[in-house]
Design a protein around this ligand. Structure first.
Ligand SMILES: Cc1cc2nc3c(=O)[nH]c(=O)nc-3n(C[C@H](O)[C@H](O)[C@H](O)COP(=O)(O)OP(=O)(O)OC[C@H]3O[C@@H](n4cnc5c(N)ncnc54)[C@H](O)[C@@H]3O)c2cc1C
Length: 384
């Protein structure tokens, strides 16, 4: 049976200095009214001005080459930025997808022109992107997508419908997975390609979908005979499935898979401390122990990415365990807070907790459902 190894990253004093710098920046932003912490901030708290401030400080696209607006810093430094902004509940949703995965994907598969045009804008916090994989009848079974692109004399014509695309209403580009040639019998993963689609093109209609809390942070996008230039094809024609799997590694392994509830926990700590008992102490200890393990695993993936590896299944392990953890933190918090009068709760705790509860169902769906992740992990371990 194959087991998983999460390598330890070497200690790095520059990362500690960066962490201190971030904490100072985030505390100052909170103090001057720049933002109010939000649960699940990487999906629902978008503020382009905040994104631009992060870009100006060199905290976006920070692992990319300097010639494309990057800072050539290690993956572990990007980890510090994501971890600190998530723990602080900062409004990072506008740039999140572009910084996390689209930029690196363009760096790997884009044309020289696309890299020069788009990457510096992402790094400046001025260009946002969305993921166009899921469709109304194709979520877990992604190879069932019907969106199709047809080659023309000077480019492509794209038609179809994507759904649940986080942040598409703010995005400038979407990476769309589309069928470019028929499946080969039962092998539906062939004949798929990725396109970098400029969302300002004619024939594109984006409409918001409200989540349980009423926020329209994800969208349905209709493509009606959209004319794409030839270089909108991202990577190789027919290689879309493999490219998507690489993108999902970047999407699944980061601290956003286990830190979404941390701002709620932090807010609750003073009142829990004031009502400390053995039960609450035990719960907090257990949460922190689990958090430490997940963090170590996620850092291990950052290290593997730094080495140029593609830890797809290890990323699925982090997401599966991280999603269980973030839901468990909220369940435990509700139990720990029961019996403590609301009048004693810190300002904002009720709102944070309510929002976190309303977002809970998303955690085990977005980026691949728990059942699908378990299937991937079991296959890799030789159990199916
Ligand atoms: C908040 C949020 C943000 C999202 N953002 C994006 C985005 O930006 N871009 C994008 O493309 N998509 C996005 N998605 C879509 C997400 O990737 C899909 O919801 C997910 O892949 C599941 O697909 P589905 O909703 O069609 O459910 P289905 O695939 O229909 O699954 C329904 C249930 O059946 C189970 N199931 C399905 N197949 C199997 C199987 N073979 N074995 C066992 N169980 C199975 C699933 O685990 C699930 O519990 C987002 C979703 C959410 C909730």
């Amino acid at each position: 049976m194959r087991m998983f190894d999460f390598p330890r990253a070497p200690s790095d004093p520059a990362a500690d200095a960066l962490r201190a710098e971030l904490r100072e920046f985030l505390a100052a932003e909170r103090a001057n009214g720049g933002y109010t912490p939000q649960a699940d901030c990487w999906v629902s708290a978008a503020d382009p001005e905040f994104s631009r401030k992060m870009g100006a400080r060199g905290w976006l696209g920070m692992t990319w080459p300097r010639e494309y607006g990057g800072r050539e810093r290690p993956v572990a430094h990007r980890f510090v930025v994501t971890e600190e902004t998530l723990a602080a509940g900062a409004p990072v949703a506008a740039h999140w997808v572009a910084d996390r995965q689209t930029g690196s994907h363009i760096l790997r598969y884009g044309t020289e022109q696309q890299k020069r045009d788009i990457l510096p804008k992402i790094a400046a916090g001025e260009c946002y992107t969305a993921i166009g994989m899921s469709e109304p009848q194709a979520g877990s079974d992604l190879a069932a997508i019907r969106t199709a692109a047809r080659r023309t004399s000077d480019g492509w014509v794209l038609s179809g419908r994507k759904i649940w695309s986080t942040g598409a209403h703010l995005a400038h580009y979407m990476i769309v997975l589309a069928r470019t040639s028929p499946a080969e019998g039962r092998n539906r993963q062939v004949g798929l390609s990725q396109f970098l689609v400029d969302l300002s093109l004619p024939g594109i209609d984006i409409s918001g979908i409200r989540d349980l809390g009423g926020t329209p942070h994800f969208n349905e996008t209709l493509f009606e005979d959209v004319k794409l230039p030839a270089d909108a094809l991202l990577g190789e024609e027919g290689n879309g499935w493999a490219q998507c799997m690489g993108e999902l590694t970047l999407e699944r392994s980061g601290p956003e898979r286990f830190l979404t509830s941390l701002s709620v926990l932090e807010k609750a700590m003073p009142v829990l401390a004031a009502h400390a008992d053995d039960r609450r102490g035990g719960e907090i200890g257990s949460i922190l122990a689990n958090l430490r393990v997940l963090r170590r695993m996620s850092l291990g993936i950052a290290e593997m990415l730094e080495r140029g590896e593609s830890p797809n299944t290890a990323a699925a392990v982090v997401k599966e365990m991280g999603n269980r953890f973030e839901n468990d933190v909220i369940a435990r918090l509700r139990t720990m807070l029961s019996g403590i009068p609301r009048s004693e709760w810190p300002d904002g705790l009720g709102t944070l907790l309510r929002d976190a509860v309303l977002h809970l169902p998303s955690n085990t769906l977005r980026g691949g459902t728990t059942e699908i992740l378990r299937g991937i992990i079991a296959r890799e371990m030789g159990m199916r």
